[in-house]
Design a protein around this ligand. Structure first.
Ligand code: FES
Length: 108
């Protein structure tokens, strides 16, 4: 099964193929914001994928449009709710500052 590791959080989880990064975050209890609930209507689930970008579903136009409005976008940027892990392997992600702040706002 694919493994997702969270940089700077000391978290790691095995998930079935087809799981999104946001779903993996929820399973492992990572601080990963998701203001719109995972329907590609905000940018608060923004992550940087440091390893395993090639294992993920291809970015669609709607994700690309939303990422245009996100803060500090890089080549490794994805929306956690849209990026599904489609192949076995190792994925290392870093949750963006914006997403961490959103999670903290949501969880007091
Ligand atoms: S949670 Fe809103 S776009 Fe991913």
């Amino acid at each position: 099964m694919p493994v997702v590791r969270y940089r700077n959080m000391g978290l790691e989880i095995e998930v079935p193929v087809g799981t999104s990064i946001l779903e993996a975050s929820r399973k492992v209890g990572a601080k990963h914001g998701s203001a719109c609930g995972g329907v590609c209507a905000c940018s608060t689930c923004h992550v940087y994928v440091h390893q395993g970008l090639e294992l993920l579903s291809e970015m669609q136009d709607d994700e690309d449009d939303i990422l245009d409005k996100a803060f500090d976008v890089k080549r490794s940027s994805r929306l956690g709710c849209q990026a599904k892990i489609l192949k076995d392997g190792f994925v290392e992600v870093e949750i963006s500052e914006e997403s961490l702040r959103t999670w903290e706002d949501e969880h007091g």
